[in-house]
Write a protein that binds this ligand. Structure first.
Ligand code: HEM
Length: 542
């Protein structure tokens, strides 16, 4: 071979494979799934750079097709070598190898995606089977474990743990970010916003409930899809918290844009249910959200925040407080826009799913409805009722509903800090993602007696049916727990108390219904996708 001759192809491709091996050492030190588009850009950029280099240094590769053909071969070899190294490392040398789990899950999170598709978007059921087979710690991804050990809950949800990759895949907000310092500072503002709003929000919630009753009055005696009523109610309450004004779904005055957005969200949530297992895909969806259905929601909510900024609102709402306590600059305006969507996203589907479940359970259990009615009627008669005040059976029914069908089915992800942690006799290496399914803690026989049965008395007269109270975590716990719990409880108490007093709630005549089947139909789109259920409201005599 003389000087100027191109190198033999075997040496060129061997070098590309070596580059792939070296790249693996680099990728082990970074969370590559945070940067899917940059990585794609680098691969394409490398291809063009290699092709340009070949074209300008070798006559043999002077033509476009010759240089691009070889460049493609070189870059593909490096990529294949990188992936081969990654897969061998994940399968045989990764520190999580001592944990049991399906082989495919060791290699790639696409395994979880496949299970989610195969289970009709019910990851919590997949996880339940995995735990039955493999125990309390199961490897469900190259660097992820699913946990079903109650002893792990407090450390896992404590301040030492940061949020996992899912939370970094979307626009920055108090909920979706992975920066613990930012979250701590932002969460203080949110907690104050709820504190200030709470005292005055009861009457607003009651007003919305009264409008809901007017709507139900118009449907009396007809089979009605209860899910629609619940989502309309909770969206209206949340819009008023987020934008200082209702969207008008309950009384039928909503705009066409708002209705389109609600429909888009209902459809789009299925995609979230799929992609939340593969956060880099969510990053791509988020990056492309300047087109498609999300664009409409984003521009609509940003306009609403701008209107709220100009509004002189006497009634405190969350956004009013956030606007007042967030410095006005470009970055923070984007933050507030995103947080208006968090209020809608976090507060609507959750409450709606709890309400729809509760209505369905009550329709199946007239005896429970009657007992509840007696308790609530007394509180109306003696004037002690407010939606802010807990009641015995009413709160028992709510707690049991949130236990048996938690409105957030998503398995929150937390990262083990550098240096690792030890839980009992289990050592968890630093950088491990821990995720858990609230549903499975709530349905574990070690935590609740007859966990599949709806028994509201667990929370009142039969505490012996609760074996581990801290395993019931519908609002999770720790620094990232739900700040909206008190408002959600007010909504749930108000709607259930007022509807059971005014109506008999039942299944449509001759409807075939099985509560277990109903629960088997619940999907996991981050929030629980409750199967559509028709119920009949019959007005009771005053
Ligand atoms: C029954 C109703 C509700 C349930 C069961 C519920 C449950 C939860 C859960 C489990 C989380 C943690 C999610 C995660 O770790 O990713 C959460 C977070 C959150 N929830 Fe709720 N929620 C409810 C209602 C509400 C309401 C009415 C609001 C009001 C706006 C709200 C606002 C939020 C926010 C802002 C977060 C993020 C907190 C943070 O990351 O610091 N939620 N909720």
């Amino acid at each position: 071979m003389s000087a100027g001759d191109p190198l033999p192809i075997s040496i060129v491709l061997g070098s590309a494979a070596a580059v792939g091996t070296l790249l693996h050492q680099f990728f082990r030190t970074v969370e590559a799934d945070r940067y899917p588009l940059s990585i794609l850009g680098s691969v394409i950029g490398s291809h063009w750079a290699v092709a340009y280099g070949l074209q300008s240094t070798s006559e043999q590769y002077a033509s476009f097709w010759a240089s691009h053909g070889l460049a493609f071969l070189i870059v593909s070899t490096a990529v294949v070598s990188l992936w081969a190294n990654i897969l061998v490392y994940r399968a045989f040398f990764h520190p999580l190898n001592r944990f049991p789990g399906p082989f495919g899950a060791k290699l790639t999170k696409l395994w979880s995606l496949k299970q989610v598709v195969g289970s009709d978007i019910k990851w919590y059921r997949v996880a339940s089977e995995l735990h039955k087979q493999h125990g309390d710690y199961v490897r469900i991804g190259p660097r992820e474990l699913s946990v079903l050990d109650t002893a792990a809950l407090i450390p896992m949800l404590g301040a030492r743990m940061e949020k996992g990759p899912f939370y970094g895949a979307m626009e920055r907000s108090v909920h979706t970010n992975r920066d613990a310092a930012f979250h701590k500072q932002r969460r203080k503002v949110w907690d104050m916003a709820f504190k200030q709003t709470l005292a005055d929000y009861g009457p607003t919630i009651e007003d919305f409930t009264d409008s809901l009753l007017v709507r139900i009055d118009s449907l009396v005696g007809k089979a009605t899809v209860v899910n629609d009523l619940c989502i309309h109610y909770s969206y209206d309450v949340m819009s008023s918290l987020a934008f200082g004004s209702s969207t008008g779904f309950i009384d039928g005055t909503s705009s066409d844009v708002a209705t389109t957005i609600l429909n888009n969200i209902k459809e789009g949530i299925v995609a979230v249910g799929l992609f939340l297992h593969v956060p880099w895909m969510l990053t791509i969806v988020e990056t492309l959200s300047f087109v498609g259905p999300m664009k409409l929601f984003k521009s609509w909510s940003s306009e609403k925040v701008a209107e709220r900024r100009k509004m002189n609102n006497n009634r405190p709402d969350i956004m009013g407080y956030l606007l007042e306590h967030t410095e006005d600059n470009r970055e923070n305006r984007a933050l507030l826009d995103a947080e208006s969507r968090v209020i809608i996203g976090a507060g609507s589907d959750t409450t709606a799913s709890a309400l729809a479940t509760m209505f369905t359970i009550l329709a199946n259990d007239p005896a429970c409805q009657e007992k509840l009615r007696q308790e609530v009627n007394e509180s109306f008669e003696d004037g002690s009722y407010t939606c802010a005040r807990p009641q015995n059976l009413l709160d028992g029914v709510i707690s049991e509903t949130l236990r048996i069908c938690p409105p957030v089915l998503f398995a929150p992800q937390r990262m083990v800090p550098e240096g690792g942690i030890r839980i009992g006799d289990v050592d968890l290496p630093g950088g491990t993602i821990l995720s858990f399914s609230t549903y499975n803690f709530h349905h574990d026989k070690r935590n609740f007696v007859e966990p599949g049965k709806f028994i509201p008395e667990r929370w009142t007269t039969k505490p012996e049916l609760i074996l581990k109270k801290n395993a019931c975590i519908p609002f999770v716990m720790g620094p990232y727990k739900c700040p909206g719990k008190a408002i959600a409880m007010m909504e749930l108490r108000s709607v259930i108390a007022k509807t059971v007093c005014r109506y008999d709630i039942s299944l449509a005549k001759d409807a075939k219904f099985d509560l277990n089947e109903f629960f088997l139909g619940v999907k996991d789109h981050f929030t629980a996708g409750i199967p559509e259920q028709e119920l009949v409201f019959t007005r009771r005599k005053e």
